[in-house]
Design a binder for this molecule. Structure first.
Ligand code: GLU
Length: 495
């Protein structure tokens, strides 16, 4: 009798071994995994897959494991593994144990492949790829017609003796259906006639994706495989490997794809970036998580702003959408700006200082910085907007926007500014309310429209027609700075 190789925990995190024994109730103590390939930064789709795995595991007191699918030697890089793990940490998606690396598990895959060969559940196929190509063209079918499925042993032996390269294929049932209950898409049924004896080991001996995933998920004791919908067609194949090995199979849940605005699979072309890049642009991890949760899951109410804890508490597969979602940077920025608004001024101050230590080129007190934050926060989409939106609180304008000047500077403007300054100097209680009152009475006394004063003030103080309300800005900048900036623009206009 051929002995089935036992579960091998070699290279597999301890979470799987004894602590989390699967329970009869399907959602209790699940063991899930996120299985990125380290061929680039952690991308948006990957974050969402990781996030839903994590939320599901946490909600039901389970374990969230990581597996690095690094079998593609040419494209996989250690630095990407480091980046991916760093990104997960930044996002707060803590995983249990050490990440499992497929590159360390070759022996185990070979053991399973040999077992499948020995039990007749797999066989060697000596058809070359050129021959296959020819067959496909002739028959107009991509399915392998089982050429080596039932060849006599002597023929196989002779090919082996001649050193003819071969692949190893799974011997799938001749007919029937492969059914599974998807956690998101409900019942999925595949007729076996749509499948063929697929390759589980390539001619260089390396195992294919479907084989490694099944062996790993089994050895890691994964209870729920939650991954992108692009893998849905792999699931029947994987189920057939479980069957051939006589292993229990996990539950499967596939997540709808994330698309670009043109309906094509999301890529850099659509403005989607790697996680690291979002961090560098000054998005909070909370914002990314919040937005990605909304891409594929709905909270069941109008409240679109929530954090990871909320997602964990409320996550369920019946709220995962079946339809693919379109990635929308405008919505991401909206979520991000909402999260900025929800932070306290002190929190924001710390976050900005952490994000950009070059924000300040002089020593300004925290009190001053807090005042600036209060005035600019509603204009911020991300922390990287702080610099452009606050420069005029720290530096006098070096130049004036020509268009703005043309629009608002008339013959009488210099005199208006001078006279306004003389009034400003006289204010006894320095706050935005009294500055506001002064502006109102000034334009009335001068018999001019508000714009005649406000727009030149804006250009004088900021260099362009930008910035928060003028009284607020004047209050924070204080008299000395206003005086200097008024003088600067008058000098500039005299030149
Ligand atoms: N490494 C695969 C991917 O990045 C994940 C496969 C799986 O979750 O089964 O798409």
């Amino acid at each position: 009798m051929i002995r089935r190789p036992p579960r091998s925990t070699q290279g597999v995190s301890s979470a799987a071994s004894d602590v989390y024994k699967r329970q009869i109730i399907i959602y209790m103590n699940p063991i899930v995994r996120f299985a990125p390939s380290p061929t680039g930064q952690l991308h948006i789709g990957g974050v969402r897959t990781a996030l839903f795995n994590y939320a599901f595991a946490k909600k039901h007191n389970g374990a969230f494991l990581i597996r690095i699918e690094d079998t593609d030697k040419e494209r996989s890089k250690d630095e990407y593994t480091v980046q991916i793990l760093d990104s997960l940490k930044w996002l707060g998606l803590e995983f249990k144990g050490e990440p499992i690396k497929q590159s360390t598990r070759t022996e185990r895959y070979n053991e399973v492949i040999n077992y499948l060969l020995e039990t007749g559940n797999a066989y060697r196929c000596f058809t070359s790829s050129d021959e296959l190509q020819e067959l496909r063209e002739k028959s107009e079918s991509y399915l392998y017609p089982g050429i080596w499925r039932d060849r006599p042993n002597e023929e196989i032996e002779s090919k082996l003796k001649d050193g003819v390269p071969f692949t190893i294929r799974l011997r799938i049932p001749e007919s029937g259906k492969v059914d599974f209950e998807d956690l998101v898409y409900d019942k999925i049924s595949t007729d076996i006639s749509e499948l063929d004896d697929f390759i589980i080991a390539r001619s260089d001996g390396s195992p294919t994706y479907n084989l490694t995933v099944v062996v790993d998920d089994h050895d890691m004791d994964i209870s729920h495989v939650i991954r992108g919908e692009d893998h849905i067609s792999n699931t029947p194949k994987q189920l057939m490997i479980y069957k051939a090995m006589d292993w229990d199979s996990p539950a499967f849940g596939h997540l709808p794809m994330i698309l670009g605005s043109d309906g094509k699979r999301l890529s850099k072309r659509h403005g989607a970036k790697g996680t690291q890049a979002y961090k560098e642009l000054g998005y909070f991890s909370d914002s990314l998580i919040n937005y990605l949760a909304l891409l594929g899951w709905n909270p069941g109410n109008e409240d679109e702003i929530f954090n990871l804890q909320y997602l964990i508490e409320n996550f369920s597969f019946d709220r995962v959408n079946k339809k693919s979602a379109v990635f929308d940077t405008v919505k991401l920025d909206w979520v991000s700006s909402q999260n900025i608004m929800n932070k306290s001024t002190n929190e924001l101050l710390d976050l900005i200082k952490d994000f950009d230590s070059n924000w300040l080129n002089e020593d300004f007190s925290d009190e001053y910085l807090r005042k600036v934050i209060v005035l600019i926060r509603e204009r911020l989409k991300t922390l990287s907007d702080v610099k452009t939106n606050s420069d005029y609180f720290f530096n006098d304008p070096k130049e004036y926007d020509e268009k703005s000047l043309q629009k608002c500077w008339h013959d009488s403007t210099s005199q208006i500014i001078e006279e306004f300054y003389l009034e400003l100097e006289k204010i006894s209680t320095w706050n935005s309310t009294s500055i506001d009152e002064l502006i109102a009475s000034f334009v009335q006394n001068q018999g001019i429209g508000f714009g005649k004063l406000m727009q030149p003030l804006r250009v004088a103080l900021t260099g362009a027609l930008i910035g928060p309300s003028i009284p607020d800005m004047i209050e924070v900048l204080e008299l000395e700075t206003c005086k200097r900036r008024f003088q600067n623009i008058l000098d500039f206009k005299l030149k």
